[in-house]
Design a protein around this ligand. Sequence first.
Ligand code: PLP
Length: 435
Amino acid sequence: MERPIDYALAIRDLARRHNALFRDSIPLIASENIMSPLAMEMLLTDFGFRYAEGLPHHRYYQGNFFVDQVEDMVTELAKKVFGSKQADPRPISGTNANTSVLYGLTQPGDTITTPPLEGGGHISAARFGAVGLRGLNPVNYPFDVEEMNIDIDGTAKLLRETRPKLVLFGQSVFLFPTPLRELRDVFEEIGCTVWYDGAHVLGLIAGKQFQDPLREGAHIVTGSTHKTLPGPQHGIILGNADEEVWKAVQRGVFPGTLSNHHLNAMAALGVTLAEAMEFGEKYAAQVVKNARAMAEELASLGMKVLGEKNGYTRSHTLVVDVREYGGGRKVAELLEQRNIILNKNMLPWDDSRKSQNPSGLRIGSQEVTRIGFSEDDCREVARLIHRAVVKGEEKEKIIQEVRELKDAHREVKYCFGRLEAYRYFEIADLGDSGH
Ligand SMILES: *Cc1c(COP(=O)(O)O)cnc(C)c1O
C-alpha cells in the first residue's frame, strides 16, 4: 500500500468484515459479550478523550464537572446492584483491578494463596503474571476434578499452614460457586482479607444467579465488566471492607496502577449497571439455563463434558474434554472454520507449562443468550458442534446452518432501546477524498 489513506481504509474494511464475521458466527468465548445500544453510545463520547485523575470532586485537572457526576452515579449503581459498602469503577480492566488490590494490600515477598492455573486460575494470579510482578509467592489450592472446584478440606489445611494475609479465589473456568461459606471459619481464624475475583461471573452475581461473595465472606471483589456482565471492556472493585483496607485498595488504583481511567468506558459501565438492575435477573437465569442445556445435549451425544457430578455447570461456562478428537487446539480451529467461535482450554490434568494443545474446550452461553438464544437454540448449537467435530459433516453445510440459526437472532436483548447485533456504524464522512 502506498497512500496513508489506503491503510486507513484497509483497516476500516477489516473492521467491517470482522463485524460481519461475528454476525454470521456463533460466539461462544466465555469471556466476551455484546453491548447495548445506549452503552455503545457512551463509548463514542468526548469522555473518551479526557483525564480525571483522583476521585470525584478532588481532581487534578479542570473540566471534570460532568465526569464527576457520572462517576458518582456509576459508583452508586454498583453499590446498589452488588449490595456492597464500597465500589470503585475506575480500573480499566479486570487485570488492572487485580493489580490495584495486589499493590494496595501486599508487599513484595508476601505469600498469597490462589486457585491453580490448571484448575482455571487466571494468569494475573500466577507467578508469571501480576502476582509475580508484585514479587509475591503464590501457593495454589488443591483442586478436585470430580467436583470441578477447589478442594475444601485441602484448602482449609493449606490456609491454616500458610496463614497468608490475603487469599484469592475465583477462576476463568468457573463452573461452580467457590465454597466461601464452608471456609469462613478458617478465614476468621487466621484473620485474612478475602478477595474474590469475579471477572467471569460478575453478570451472574448481578443477576443473583451464582453466589453472593460479599455475603459469604469476601471483603473485596474484583471483576471485568465485559464477560457475563455485558458492558464495556473495563474493570471494577467492590468492597465490604474496613475503611483502611478500602483506602489502600483505592490507592492501589490511583496513583498505584493507573492514571487515565477511560471515562467513556466508565459511563458505558454505568448504563450497563442500570440495565442489569432492570433486566439482569432474567438475563442471568437464561444464561445459566442455556449453558446447562448445551452441556446436557453434548453429553447425551456422547461428548465428555466435565462436572457431571454437579450437573455440568451452574454458570455460563462448560468445559469439554476433546482429547479423542485431536485435542483442544485442533477442535477449536476446526470449529472456527465453520463459524463456531470458542477457545481451547487447559483441563485440570494438563501441564500448565505445555499449554499449546490442551485437552479441552471452554464454551460460554452468555453472548448467545444476550441475542436471544433459548435452551432449544443452545441444544441446536451443541448438535452443530457434535456434527462438525464427531460426525465430520461437510463444512459448507455446517456454515450454512450456523448462519440460519444466527439469522433468527438479530437483536441485542435485555437492554434499553433496540440495536441490530453486530451492525457496523459508519460515522466518518470522507467527502471527495476519492473514496
Ligand atoms: C478475564 C479475567 C481477568 C482479567 O480481566 P481483563 O479484563 O481481561 O483484564 C482476571 N481474572 C479472571 C479470573 C479472569 O477470568
